[in-house]
Design a protein around this ligand. Structure first.
Ligand code: PEP
Length: 249
């Protein structure tokens, strides 16, 4: 069943005190939409955020994880470590991870497998660079990212997957894909899934848009039939703005 989701990616922002403050501000907001709400604080604040939101309609999710179970991977965190503190969902493949930490479609496929082995839900991010769009290659790039990281999976895995289309040129830049550009790409993503897994899986897939979504543009973007929610960066750091986006459905 397709769901509406609004997920806030806090990136490398907010220490413990700011995390506490933002969570208490988020709790004061009123949710009027049916969208599921996720927040992704940094690793150091996941446990605290998880504990503080246990009674609330907010899921705390991780921004990343390693594919190995444990071992000599200094600085990394595994799926079982996330699960051990109650985290059920992980964002994988964010463009900043791909650009600054050399994550590839191949290493992401390993992370996807590890998360699924632990029965975690994945918010899987992908999207083209500006140069790809300028050269008219955006669909080919997105199709290749999806195929390389996800097409080895059985159909049954897709109940644990949420897709997030995030054109790199729109992330943190203030530039947003137009609602039509988002709709066209989301429809293309659904068609790509359908070609391999059939209509039901494609139709049931939740596909989020990410890239400078704000209170002022969320409603129009979310009104598109193939856009099921958003992955929000900058605007997720202000409780009022974030809930204005959550309530844009
Ligand atoms: C993101 O980091 O996933 C993102 C969409 O950021 P922003 O909303 O700031 O563009």
């Amino acid at each position: 069943m397709r769901k509406n989701i609004v997920a806030g990616n806090w990136k490398m922002n907010n220490g413990l005190i700011q995390t506490e403050t933002l969570i208490s501000e988020l709790k004061q907001q009123t949710k009027t939409s049916n969208a599921e709400v996720m927040i992704a604080p940094t690793f150091t604040n996941l446990w605290h955020a998880f504990q503080s939101t246990r009674q609330d309609d907010i899921e705390v999710v991780a921004q990343n994880m390693h594919f190995a179970e444990n071992g000599a991977y200094t600085g990394e965190v595994s799926a079982s470590m996330l699960k051990s503190i109650g985290i059920q969902t992980v964002i994988l493949g964010h463009s900043e991870r791909r650009a600054y930490f050399n994550e590839t479609d191949e290493s992401l496929a390993q992370k996807v497998d590890a998360a699924l082995e632990h029965d975690m839900r994945i918010v899987f991010c992908f999207g083209e660079e500006l140069s790809d769009r300028k050269s008219g290659n955006e669909e080919a790039v997105v199709e290749s990212q999806i195929k390389k990281a996800l097409f080895h999976l059985d159909a049954s895995a897709y109940k644990n997957i949420v897709l997030a289309y995030e054109p790199v040129w729109a992330i943190g830049t203030g530039e947003t894909a137009s609602p039509e550009q988002a709709q066209d790409m989301h429809a293309f993503i659904r068609k790509t899934l359908e070609s391999k897994y059939g209509h039901t899986i494609a139709d049931d897939m939740t596909i989020l848009y990410g890239g400078s979504v704000k209170p002022g543009n969320a409603k129009e973007i979310f009104s598109k039939p193939d856009v099921d929610g958003g992955l929000i960066g900058g605007a997720a750091l202000k409780a009022e703005d974030f809930y204005a986006i959550v309530n844009a459905f």
